[in-house]
Design a protein around this ligand. Structure first.
Ligand code: AMP
Length: 640
């Protein structure tokens, strides 16, 4: 038996796809990928037993992309999915993995979307069609979709298609495909009707079933929190606020996600560090030592980087991204509850991933109990208790006679009572973390409106669900413009993973924009770093990190280049945002000189452009865009 595949390089994928995998930050193939990619590359039929969350989309998308003839613009791959949601997600995954394949086109086809739009795309030619059975049948009947050039068919979530009554449609569609083709069938379970479909349409299929090892993790209490992707960060900060934690280890799927989540937590006042495979061994060890010694309380890690990690003070493991297999889950939660201590494991799971949760539950042979993200009331109560405790601790431990004199003076001079003075001091003390939280408000400072338009950057390598609506329109130059994002920025430039994110996210079609230099009143002496400046700006102003230009950190202040056209409300908000507890107090310095190292580079600020859509005319009327003609080359290094 050949040794298990542990690296993407061991799979016979071509450089453009390997490059993509580097950019999206996948560290290693998931078990289903390691098992499915070789037979699919070799052209075999395949039955894969896997659910959402295992990485099955890449398991078929990567080898099928590899086998495409890009010069032939007729559908070569057809993926059938039970829902439009999944069709869009799978199409996005293809688009994302094909980013270095020139002129690649994928089209999601589903009911409810304009037929004429789909027809336009089909006429123009596409390599991959991903659709729900009903709408695919419509097109086949109208002969607006021909499958003569089809080489591969994927039945994704076949048991769901069965459950939703589509299995006969699937049969019908398969009858319309050429006899010579490859078929891959993925299903979480294998009920008899699915076996029959497989028997009828698959030839000598390779069967892949990821064996799930069972294990008991007795000392760890396991809970899960059902939360959508866009709410995960908020849920995490609430958990961090309310749980009694010592050290917390948070798991994400990709290197990029690790860096980004650490930045975002940092910007929200939770000092954190990332741990991933692109860091040098020395830096990794240093970070782990910090965690062990108590100099660091929150670490955001990938599976590979945290392999074998043994730090006894880890009280909590948070599975921010669901792991791709049960073994990974068991390893993750085994990082807490070390040396016989009690440990807590919290798993964030999206509604679609609930099945994976059940599989994990079976594997650990222990229930994973539901939990709600802590409510505002719980957070407020917790803050109040901590606040009172802090006062009691200070009274017990500090020599306060000088301060008592100050209060006494104030009482006499102003004729006010000690209670009023104490109330004013209490008010001042709690401003960073307010004790009164109106129900429904987020447990963090309110964000200006433009922030809503940014993507959830904690999920960079995930299927970009936020691009859904755009993908179907991706070559439609008449599509309605989306509002350009405000402005954006680059993260921790010291880390190669980040560089690759920037490349990945770089829009295909660029619109230039001008930059403005700003001064921030935090510098070395306050402990400011490029990461926490970028994190704070990205998080609080809704400015994506790839649009944040040069950062220079001086002793008592820093400068940063941002695209011009920052709305006044964001500017005002940024004044109050804090890095290392010091307000940025941002002010405008003017435009950096047109030559020399300060020149900013071309960057698109259009959502559409990122999805490969030509910026439409009306998009150019946006103030950020309007000025988008004269930017000069962007300087990437950070002097610090
Ligand atoms: P799926 O099971 O296809 O729904 O994939 C679940 C998630 O895992 C998606 O967000 C993928 O972007 C992510 N993913 C897929 N393969 C890998 C990998 N090898 N390493 C890390 N994340 C991955």
């Amino acid at each position: 038996m050949s040794p298990p595949i542990t690296q993407f390089e061991e799979l016979a994928l071509s450089p453009p796809l390997l490059q993509t995998l580097k950019e999206v930050g996948y560290e290693a193939p998931s078990p289903i990928q390691a098992a499915c990619i070789p037979p699919l590359l070799a052209g075999h039929d395949l039955i894969g037993q896997a659910q959402t969350g295992t990485g099955k989309t890449a398991a078929f998308a990567l080898p099928l992309l590899e086998r495409l003839d890009l010069t032939d613009r007729q559908p070569q791959v057809l993926v059938l999915t039970p829902t439009r949601e999944l069709a869009i997600q799978v199409a996005e995954a293809f688009q994302s993995y094909a980013r270095h394949l020139p002129d690649f086109h994928v089209l999601p086809i589903y009911g409810g979307q304009s037929m004429s739009l789909q027809l336009r795309h089909l006429r123009r030619g596409v390599h991959v069609v991903v659709g729900t059975p009903g709408r695919i049948m419509d097109h086949l009947r109208r002969e607006t979709l021909t499958l003569d050039g089809l080489r591969s068919v994927v039945l994704d979530e076949a048991d769901e298609m069965l459950r939703m009554g589509f299995i006969e449609d699937v049969d019908w569609i398969l009858e319309k495909t050429p006899a010579e083709k490859q078929v891959a069938l993925f299903s979480a379970t294998m009920p008899e009707p699915i076996r029959r479909v497989a028997h009828r349409h698959l030839r000598e299929p390779r069967e892949v079933k990821i064996q799930t090892r069972t294990a008991t993790v007795a000392t760890v209490r396991q809970r899960y929190c059902q939360v959508g992707v866009q709410h995960k960060l908020e849920a995490l900060t609430r958990v961090l606020e309310v749980e009694e934690t010592d050290a917390v280890l948070i798991f994400v799927r990709t290197k990029i996600a690790a860096t980004e989540l650490a930045e975002r937590l940092e910007a929200r006042g939770y000092p954190s560090a990332a741990l991933h495979g692109d860091m040098t061994q020395a830096l990794r060890e240093k970070t782990i030592e910090q965690l062990r010694g108590g100099g660091l309380d929150i670490m955001v890690a990938t599976d590979v980087a945290a392999r074998g990690l043994d730090v006894q003070r880890i009280s909590h493991v948070v599975n921010y991204d669901i792991p791709s297999d049960t073994e990974a889950y068991i390893h993750r939660i085994g990082r807490t509850g070390r040396a016989g201590r009690a440990g807590e494991a919290i798993l964030f799971v999206a509604p679609r991933e609930m099945r994976m949760l059940r599989v994990i539950e079976k594997a650990t042979r222990q229930p994973i109990t539901p939990m709600q993200p802590p409510s505002q009331a719980a957070i407020a109560g917790h803050r109040l208790n901590r606040f009172k405790q802090k006062i009691l601790d200070t009274l017990a431990a500090q020599e306060l006679s000088f301060f008592q004199d100050v209060v006494g003076q104030l009482e006499r001079e102003q004729d006010i009572g000690a209670r009023d003075i104490a109330a004013a001091l209490a008010y001042l003390m709690q401003r960073d973390r307010p004790l009164q939280l109106p129900e429904g408000a987020e447990a963090k400072p309110p964000r200006p409106q433009a922030a809503d338009e940014t993507r959830d950057r904690a999920e960079p390598a995930d299927r970009p669900t936020r691009r859904r609506e755009r993908l179907g329109e991706s070559a439609d130059s008449t599509a309605k413009p989306t509002r350009p994002r405000a402005v954006d920025g680059t993260r921790d430039r010291a880390e190669p993973a980040d560089r690759s994110t920037r490349q990945r996210e770089r829009p295909k079609e660029s619109t230039e924009f001008e930059v403005m230099r700003y001064r921030l009143e935090v510098g070395h002496q306050h402990g400011a770093t490029p990461q926490n400046i970028v994190g704070a700006i990205a998080n609080e102003a809704g400015i994506e990190s790839r649009y944040i230009g040069r950062i220079e950190i001086h002793d008592d202040h820093s400068t940063v280049d941002l695209p011009t056209g920052m709305p006044e409300e964001i500017f005002q908000h940024l004044k109050k945002v804090r890095v290392r507890q010091h307000p940025l107090n941002i002010s405008r310095l003017g435009r950096p000189g047109p030559s020399g190292p300060d020149r900013a580079g071309r960057r698109s600020v259009l959502d559409k452009a990122e999805a490969g859509v030509k910026p439409s005319r009306s998009a150019k009327t946006n103030p950020v865009d309007r000025e988008a003609k004269t930017a000069s080359r962007r300087q990437r290094e950070i002097k610090s």
